[in-house]
Design a protein around this ligand. Structure first.
Ligand SMILES: CC(=O)SCCNC(=O)CCNC(=O)[C@H](O)C(C)(C)COP(=O)(O)OP(=O)(O)OC[C@H]1O[C@@H](n2cnc3c(N)ncnc32)[C@H](O)[C@@H]1OP(=O)(O)O
Ligand SMILES: O=CC(=O)O
Ligand SMILES: [Mg+2]
Length: 357
């Protein structure tokens, strides 16, 4: 076991000091692209500034024959693209047991380490996987002379990873966040779904029969397959001061259910989601930015609560320290998003009579 005193020391001589807090930058949508796909790669410059995170994906969804082209493509894109202040550049490397990951990490850190904010690691099984990546990144950063550490994001997509999620979240000061990987997780758990995220019509509860008539009409209510998993992931992340994310929603055409799935995750505490196709970007932006109504309400509660203690009635509801704290979460998010986005700043601006911001 490492001593707590060692936790913030670099893991290699000459590597940058670990961060103490996850940088507070918006990451509502982590937009995936395949750097070996010329059409997608051509869209990257236009996506800069419209997404919070651009992620060059090297893992699943990139054909085995294209793994090296994807790695090389990402290096080329990172070298020529100015992602500006408001878009981060991330990558998803291949799994730690794959034949590609060592070259992924070595090449990317050496050639574009100064441009990469976060490395997403798939199929993380436990803290030992994070420790391995942590040390390797430190060695590569030292050799490349990097001045700031590259952060690590784990995908929760195995039953063992799920069982170890708290230890994964706290495994290193490099940990930036965790995403749900519903497709691989479903396979690993031997769930009987055949989809990439979202619900299933067979996972439901049925209304009790009326007067014992089991053949009569009864309403059914589809249930959320991912509730337990997301909630546990959110708790693990909150406990360790890192950020939770929903992952992929594979039914690109079903923008309605996509929005619902994203919103469930947002309400449970996630800060963002993956976007796999351009059509999902606006959905993620809408869902993971608080509504003007919620911001205005939060501001009214803050105003009504004065010094933040005690209890008051507002619109027939009791507000106290705890509801104020929830409102402050919304206001802090709105402030952070407004700083980068004049449209949101205007949307959230206090209306006449709203009280101070
Ligand atoms: C379980 C997991 O691991 S999920 C994560 C891994 N999966 C991914 O990363 C998937 C990424 N997305 C994709 O591969 C694609 O969006 C697909 C395969 C889902 C759909 O692709 P297409 O059939 O080409 O979609 P469509 O025809 O609607 O695309 C419209 C345009 O948007 C482009 N486009 C599609 N997806 C993206 C994207 N993620 N980023 C940028 N551009 C994109 C297409 O190249 C096409 O360009 P064109 O107008 O120049 O022809
Ligand atoms: O990688 C993501 C998943 O759902 O699997
Ligand atoms: Mg996966």
């Amino acid at each position: 076991m490492r001593s707590a005193k060692d936790f913030f020391a670099p893991l290699a001589v000459g590597a940058p000091d670990p961060v103490r807090e996850v940088p507070a930058r918006p990451s509502r949508m982590i937009h995936f692209f395949d750097p070996s796909n010329p059409k997608m790669a051509a869209k990257v410059p236009d996506l800069v500034g419209t997404v919070d995170v651009l992620l060059g994906n090297l893992e699943d969804a990139v054909k085995a024959d294209n793994k090296e082209a994807a790695r090389r493509g990402l290096v080329d894109i990172a070298k020529v693209t100015d992602v500006g202040e408001h878009t981060q550049l991330w990558t998803r490397v291949n799994a730690l047991d794959s034949p590609w990951v060592l070259d992924d990490l070595t090449t990317l850190v050496t050639e574009i380490g100064d441009r990469l904010d976060v490395v997403m690691v798939p199929k993380v099984q436990g803290p030992e996987d994070i420790h391995y990546v942590d040390r390797l990144l430190a060695q590569l950063e030292a050799r490349a002379g990097l001045r700031r550490p590259i952060l690590v994001h784990a995908i929760l997509e195995t039953a063992r990873g799920m069982a170890n999620v708290e230890e994964i979240a706290g495994a290193s000061p490099r940990m930036q966040g965790i995403s749900l990987g519903p497709a691989d997780l479903a396979a690993d758990r031997r769930m009987k779904t055949t989809r990439v995220g979202g619900g299933h019509p067979g996972y439901l509860v049925r209304q009790d029969p009326t007067d014992g008539d089991v053949q009569g009409p009864r309403a059914t209510y589809q249930q959320d397959l991912w509730h337990y998993t997301i909630a546990r992931m959110v708790d693990a992340c909150a406990m360790h001061g890192i950020l939770p994310y929903y992952g992929p929603f594979g039914d690109i055409q079903d923008v309605v259910a996509c929005e619902d799935q994203f919103r469930n995750a947002f309400l449970l505490g996630c800060v963002g989601t993956w976007t796999l196709h351009p059509v999902q970007i606006a959905i993620a932006k809408k869902v993971f930015s608080p509504s003007a109504h919620d911001v205005a309400h939060a501001r009214r509660v803050k105003e009504a609560m004065g010094d933040g203690t005690g209890a008051v009635m507002l619109d027939g509801k009791m507000e106290d320290d705890a509801s104020l704290k929830q409102c402050l979460v919304i206001l802090e998010l709105a402030d952070r998003l407004s700083a980068n986005d004049p449209e949101l700043a205007a949307l959230y601006a206090p209306a006449e009579g709203d009280g101070p911001a």
